[in-house]
Write a protein that binds this ligand. Structure first.
Ligand code: G3P
Length: 218
């Protein structure tokens, strides 16, 4: 499974990239707002750090303006994946971008039928929002399982399932178990995945015993 980070914070991306943990980055208008910076410069900086797909989302809702915005975003770097919403205009733009050979991430997916349409439209990635389904009392992970089954039924559909709206380390595990191709994770959750009290306790005990040996490896 590929690991993307869901943030527009360039410093955080740099830190995680240095650890060799990142296959890509996703951003959205809310994350750009949170960064307090301009989308064009932020995406350009991220693309300098990350070789993998970097999702940059259009803000228009009509096809013609989506195309103009998508082309402007795609000009920034070859690894920009144009992110479009799951609307008719978004899917139409997705088909055009895909026919032009560009990567497209179709976002705001909440049903398996929507994911099927996005795949038919040539999406590189479909982004089902797990946490937001959990928020309304549904089980977001069921959606990943349904999409996985449908895409596996039709091997000609090459769209990758990008599990988004990930809120907990458990979401990451469940997405992997359900067969998501990619998981995009906020930095805080990504860092939290490594934590376990028994790991900390065990390391403390090993270090204490090592000190007692009086040895040095170097
Ligand atoms: O990038 C889209 C998605 O990951 C948003 O997550 O937590 O705002 O639902 P969230």
């Amino acid at each position: 499974m590929k690991f993307f980070v869901d943030t527009a914070d360039v410093a955080e991306i740099g830190e995680l990239a240095a650890a060799g943990l990142l296959d890509g980055v996703t951003t959205n208008p809310s994350l750009i707002m949170k960064s307090g910076r301009g989308i064009l410069e932020v995406i350009a900086e991220i693309c300098e750090i990350i070789d993998g797909p970097v999702s940059a989302e259009v803000a228009a809702t009509d096809y013609d303006t989506m195309l103009k915005e998508g082309h402007k975003l795609a000009e920034i770097a070859e690894n920009v994946a144009i992110k479009v919403p799951l609307t008719w205009d978004g899917l139409k733009a997705c088909r055009t971008f895909a026919d032009e050979g560009r990567m497209v991430n179709v976002t705001l997916c909440f049903t398996a039928n929507q994911a099927l349409l996005a795949a038919k439209a040539g999406a590189t990635f479909i982004s089902p929002f797990i946490g937001r389904l959990d928020d309304i009392g549904l089980n977001g992970m069921d959606l990943i399982e349904e999409i996985r089954q449908i895409y596996d039924n039709y091997p000609m559909l090459e769209t990758e399932i990008l599990a988004a709206s990930i809120r907990t380390p458990n979401h990451v595990k469940e997405a992997a178990l359900a067969g998501a191709d990619v998981v995009t994770v906020p930095p805080s959750v990504l860092k939290g995945i490594i934590d376990h009290p028994l790991t900390d306790k065990g390391l403390s005990a090993f270090l204490a015993d090592w000190k007692k040996t009086g040895q040095s490896i170097l």
